[in-house]
Design a binder for this molecule. Structure first.
Ligand SMILES: [Zn+2]
Length: 150
């Protein structure tokens, strides 16, 4: 029940950017005009946070949940600016992924989505902070009741 409350809240938030709906799943992902978000931690989170802090000279950790949502929104916003050749390159790199984490995080589409998300947070920090706290409140109920299934 709380998971669907969170889905509704996050869906409402991302609708302002043109995303139709957000689904609570096992990882963050972008699928055209919907996104998936996750309330689980991932072993890749730590290297990803370190990468972001170093590459974009930021401290993303306090913002990490909202950042991950906005990163997927960032794909939706920035994918149209990629050329056909760039999209093919992205596709090949992802399909035949022998990439290290660092190489994956540095793919052009990832870089664009990261920059878009960080920029949005910097320009709307209060909105992002309040929204993330509201999400955390719901997440605490979910963890308490363990009312999520994957
Ligand atoms: Zn991405």
């Amino acid at each position: 029940m709380y998971a669907s409350t969170l889905e509704k809240k996050i869906s409402k938030f991302v609708r302002q950017f043109g995303i139709k709906r957000a689904y609570c799943r096992s990882q963050f992902m972008y699928h055209g005009n919907t996104i998936d978000f996750s309330i689980l931690t991932d072993p890749e989170d730590r290297p990803y946070i370190n990468f972001l802090n170093n590459k974009y000279n930021t401290d993303i950790e306090p913002w990490f949940f909202i950042f991950c949502i906005l990163h997927e929104v960032g794909h939706y916003i920035t994918v149209p600016s990629l050329s056909k050749e760039q999209l093919m390159y992205e596709y090949e790199m992802r399909m035949f992924r022998t990439l290290s984490s660092e190489d994956y995080f540095s793919l052009p589409a990832e870089d664009l989505a990261n920059k878009w998300a960080i920029n949005y947070i910097m320009n709307h920090s209060q909105e992002c902070w309040d929204f993330q706290n509201k999400c955390y409140k719901i997440m605490r109920h979910i963890y308490k009741k363990k009312s999520f299934h994957y």
